[in-house]
Design a protein around this ligand. Structure first.
Ligand SMILES: Cc1cc2nc3c(=O)[nH]c(=O)nc-3n(C[C@H](O)[C@H](O)[C@H](O)COP(=O)(O)OP(=O)(O)OC[C@H]3O[C@@H](n4cnc5c(N)ncnc54)[C@H](O)[C@@H]3O)c2cc1C
Length: 439
């Protein structure tokens, strides 16, 4: 399943076959890793990026790249459950991330189809939640409007409009950013020992290490495998249809939409990895035919992201026991602005500068929001591990041993607990596992 983004322009890099020393090692060349390496290098550090596959071969190369601070019903959730300060900081950090994209693209003169557009959060039936979100946004000083008409090809019960957001081609952007960085491709990190990052054929000794692998690959300390799960979603690029006036996200069952060249990208039918893949992919195909009866499908793909229990990413120290190991994960499918703000927070922490948003995103935060989701994830892990005990070794995930489920849609083996995925022949596609399936 190929995307509509073209990765060919991204220069190939060698694999790591020696032992090197750097100020910082960044693991993962997705948007989070690239932007963090870019920011650290800009501040004068010598940075090495280690990528298991190719630059942007993970979620960032399969994203829909809407750059917005409007993340579903996040502001009412944060305002009601975590507090006004958290909601204000979330908005400020994400709005400044949108602006920083504009600044970098201007400064570096990057041609990446960047376009400033309004962002719409629309409701298909739940007008009350939409108004509640509008109220929370207004209380924290974000200017937003409820509009009755949209350019979507179906009726809504209203949409919340936020101006000054954006969309771009993530591959073209990454090509320009990565060009300036020292990156090793096909260099999977298999372990971290103190200040050494270990790949199969080489090591990097670094004062600071940043884990930007989408899902962290080290289980202890940190316990990220209990603190988030993976969700997949499907994308169809439809040609021959009327363009939209902005980017759209439906929070009550509707899909998400944006223009991309001469196509409209439709995304949705989210499900937990390891469950319902075929059913949900078919549902999106059916819905697209209904919404765009005259359109033709140019390409279609899927991808997955990490979902935290409180809806806030984990950005900061990996654990209290690892002062020089940092983590960026849990983007809740909003990784464009989150990657940008993460790069700033991590760079400030490494350079010992204060950052207003560090406390909001710290992985060491303690509050009870999302306890139900935490229990559900722990329950799934216990179930998966239990089933794994009675499974053949070729059906057991090499991460923690959970039983894998076969994904009929993509012909892969997927872990319902932590989202590792393997090809039918056992080769690893996505971590946190770092090894192929046992034969
Ligand atoms: C369907 C869908 C649509 C989305 N659309 C949007 C959107 O419109 N706007 C938005 O803001 N967000 C969106 N997102 C979310 C966003 O795309 C992601 O949050 C973001 O791209 C994640 O970036 P990342 O760098 O963390 O992960 P990745 O891009 O996955 O990068 C991680 C990299 O680490 C590498 N890696 C993994 N393990 C190792 C290892 N052991 N050693 C070395 N390297 C390793 C991987 O190969 C990969 O290249 C969407 C998500 C989905 C699922």
């Amino acid at each position: 399943m190929e995307t509509c983004w073209d990765s060919e322009g991204i220069r190939r890099r060698p694999a790591l076959r020696e032992n090197l020393i750097a100020d910082a090692a960044v693991i993962g060349a997705g948007l989070a890793g690239l932007l963090t390496a870019y920011e650290l290098q800009r501040r004068g550090l010598n940075v090495i990026v280690l990528e298991a596959d190719r630059i942007m071969s993970g979620v960032s190369g399969r994203t829909t790249a809407k750059i917005t601070a409007q993340h579903g019903l996040i502001y009412s959730k944060l305002y009601d459950k975590v507090g006004e300060t958290a909601a204000r900081r979330y908005a400020a950090s994400n709005l400044s991330a949108v602006e920083k994209f504009k600044r970098i693209i201007d400064k570096e003169k990057i041609e990446c189809a960047f376009e400033t557009v309004p962002s719409y959060l629309y409701a298909t039936h739940d007008r009350r939640s939409l108004e509640h979100e509008a109220e929370a946004m207004r209380k924290i000083g974000v200017i937003t409007d409820v509009v009755e008409e949209t350019s979507l090809p179906f009726k809504t019960v209203g949409a919340l409009r936020l101006d000054g957001q954006a969309q771009f081609d993530p591959m073209k952007f990454a090509r320009a950013i990565s060009d300036k960085l020292t990156i090793y491709e096909k260099s999977k990190v298999i372990d971290i020992e103190a200040n050494r990052v270990i790949c199969e054929n080489g090591k990097v000794r670094a004062d600071n290490i940043v884990m930007a692998t989408n899902y962290p690959i080290i289980n202890f300390p940190g316990f990220y495998f209990m603190r988030q799960h993976r969700e997949r979603a499907y994308v169809e690029a439809i040609e021959g249809v009327t363009k939209l006036d902005g980017i759209y996200y439906g929070f009550d069952g509707g899909h998400s939409f944006r223009n991309a060249e001469n196509a409209v990208l439709v995304t949705g039918e989210v499900h937990r990895t390891g469950d319902r893949a075929l059913k949900n992919a078919e549902k999106l195909r059916r819905d697209v035919r209904i919404d765009f009866p005259c359109g033709s499908v140019r390409c279609t793909w899927s991808t997955q992201d990490c979902m935290t229990h409180d809806g806030i990413p984990f950005i900061g120290r990996y654990s209290i026991h690892s002062p020089n190991l940092f983590v960026i994960t849990g983007f809740n499918k909003w990784g464009m602005t989150s990657s940008m703000l993460a790069s700033e927070i991590i760079a400030d922490m490494i350079c010992d500068r204060a950052n207003d948003f560090e406390n909001l995103y710290t992985p060491q935060r303690l509050h009870t929001v999302g306890t139900k989701a935490l229990l559900a994830d722990v329950g799934q892990s216990v179930k998966g591990l239990g089933e794994g005990l009675f499974s053949k070794k070729e059906r057991k995930c090499t991460h923690l041993g959970c039983r894998l489920k076969f994904n009929e849609e993509e012909q892969t083996w997927d872990c319902p607990c932590h989202g590792s995925r393997f090809k039918k022949d056992g080769r690893l596609i996505n971590g946190p596992a770092v090894r192929d399936l046992k034969k």
